[in-house]
Design a protein around this ligand. Structure first.
Ligand code: ADP
Length: 496
């Protein structure tokens, strides 16, 4: 019973909580193990030089930056880079996670922080790495009423330690977060985490380099082309790519093959993108039909609109828990800028699923929840961040976090009047409604094609390859489209 208790609650491990500070005396990770993050590497180069030859820096009386904050989405290699810094400089690596602190009993968190710094000083030069700094370092006063006592105590202790230690001793502090905006500003003051390094999602070349690292570790067939795989995986981070190569290897093993081929990778991409294939999941035939119309709704709208990402696959094979079907659109290249019409087209495509349901069944289902949320996000950003609504104007209204000293409770919201808030809401609604009309108009013009293709999709469960190209050719794009965008524009002018 004790053992079970231990496994379930983790409660018993508290007694030996020191074990949760991980120390790695000899880190084997090197800079070459991380790819696609060249800028971050450059920034960290200096830290390594310092750890290798501290005298060179201190001789001139210079101060080495104390804390480096690695900022970026999960899985981009922040932990990996921190470890590589330790590995390259040959110093011990202390690591712990901010979220572990918060789960601890009152008083323990602060004690652990003290403990950590004490241990680290004894082993200097070394690196202390705090993962998920945001769990611990959330701005004080935000969140639960009265704050989170334990977290605040721990954070205060961390600040005390940060101020109290001399970086020239050789203890370098690194931390990672994907939410720098919620960190307590006190953490970012000079002498604390005063240097931020962005570890962003890799671009296509970066993905090629990361893929090469992982493909080298497995047996690959001659048809494997990292460039092609990188083109299919826009938006994926290093962790996804590592996982992808692993999935492909597992698939190849399952097929009793001696090496991985492109086909395995392609299937692995789908798995990683949409969760694991669950062919055996039961959905009744009525649901299946709804899903088929819904997915083809997305696909036909995307095909009818110029400049949308090409549709690569339409499937009604359920994947993972949430997705009943999916339409895979793969961008042909990485994008850094998007035009207004492209954003509108994207919204129309997202709404195509629901529009198809409404058109055919005169009824709608819950299946569009995620589409609606994504469409609304885009529309909201258009109005509040990109100045793409004439009525609201070229102003930036995205939510800003109020600094903690102003006593913000949670998200203070954007700084605008109630009137503006109303206009913003109305504009978001207008954009969505217009694009819904666009989607509906397209589907009406393609109704016969939609019905015929659904029959086929129900039979085959997937439409891809040539069949998809044929479908795209028969879509009626024509002027239905042009007209509706034009009306969109005129309506907007009139409203303004
Ligand atoms: P983060 O700390 O940013 O959430 P991690 O460093 O924990 O991400 O990444 C998890 C794993 O994903 C790493 O151990 C590594 O295998 C892989 N990975 C992530 N980013 C990269 C990268 N840039 N290059 C190579 N591998 C990466």
């Amino acid at each position: 019973m004790m053992r079970r208790f231990q496994q379930q609650s983790g409660f018993m491990t508290i007694g030996k909580n020191k074990a949760k500070i991980y120390v790695d005396d000899e880190v084997s990770v090197r800079f070459d193990d991380a790819a696609g993050v060249d800028e971050a590497k450059q920034e960290l180069e200096e830290v390594i030089n310092f750890l290798k030859e501290p005298q060179r820096y201190t001789r001139l009386g210079g101060q080495i930056p104390r804390g480096t904050l690695l900022v970026g989405p999960p899985g981009t290699g922040k932990t990996l880079l921190a470890k590589a810094v330790a590995g390259e400089s040959g110093v011990p690596f202390f690591s712990l996670s901010g979220s572990e602190f918060v789960e601890m009993f009152v008083g323990l968190g602060a004690a652990r922080v003290r403990d950590l710094f004490k241990q680290a000083k004894e082993k200097a030069p070394c690196i202390i790495f705090i993962d998920e700094l945001d769990a611990l370092g959330k701005a004080r006063g935000i969140g639960m009423a009265g704050g989170h006592d334990e977290r605040e105590q721990t954070l205060n202790q961390l600040l005390v330690e940060l101020d109290g230690f001399d970086a020239n001793v050789g203890v370098i502090l690194m931390a990672a977060t994907n939410r720098p905006e919620i960190l307590d500003p006190a953490l970012m003051r000079p002498g604390r985490f005063d240097r931020q390094v962005l570890v962003d999602r890799p671009d296509k070349t970066g993905r090629v380099d990361i893929l090469k690292i992982y493909l080298e570790k497995v047996a690959t067939g001659t048809d494997i082309d990292p460039e092609k795989i990188a083109a299919m995986t826009a938006g994926m981070v290093g962790a996804d790519l590592a996982n992808l190569v692993n999935e492909a290897a597992l698939l190849a093993v399952r097929r009793d093959k001696s090496c991985i081929n492109m086909a395995d990778v392609e299937e692995a991409v789908e798995r990683v993108v949409a969760g694991l294939e669950k062919k055996n999941r039961l959905i009744n035939s009525e649901e299946k039909e709804i899903v088929a119309y819904h997915e083809l709704g997305h696909a036909l709208v995307a095909m009818a609109l110029p400049g949308t990402d090409p549709v690569r696959k339409v499937s009604i094979i359920p994947r993972g828990i949430a997705a009943l079907g999916y339409t895979m659109q793969v961008p042909t290249e990485d994008r850094f800028l998007m035009r207004k019409t492209e954003l509108e087209n994207r919204i129309a495509t997202l709404l195509g699923g629901r529009a198809a349901e409404a058109l055919i069944f005169n009824d709608i289902s819950t299946g569009a929840q995620n589409d609606l949320s994504r469409a609304t996000d885009i529309a909201r950003s258009m109005v509040k961040e990109y100045g793409m609504s004439e009525r609201v104007g070229q102003v930036y209204f995205a939510n800003q976090q109020r600094p903690a000293f102003l006593g913000a409770m949670g998200d203070a919201g954007g700084q605008y009047s109630d009137e503006t808030a109303k206009t913003i809401d109305a504009e978001v609604r207008r954009i969505i409604e217009n694009q819904y009309d666009v989607a509906l108009t397209i589907l009406k013009a393609n109704r016969d094609l939609l019905v015929a293709t659904v029959g086929r999709l129900l039979k085959d469960e997937v439409i891809k390859g040539d069949a998809l190209i044929d479908l795209a050719k028969s879509v009626n794009l024509a002027k239905t489209m042009d007209d509706s965008t034009k009306t969109g524009v005129t309506q907007q002018k009139m409203a303004a």
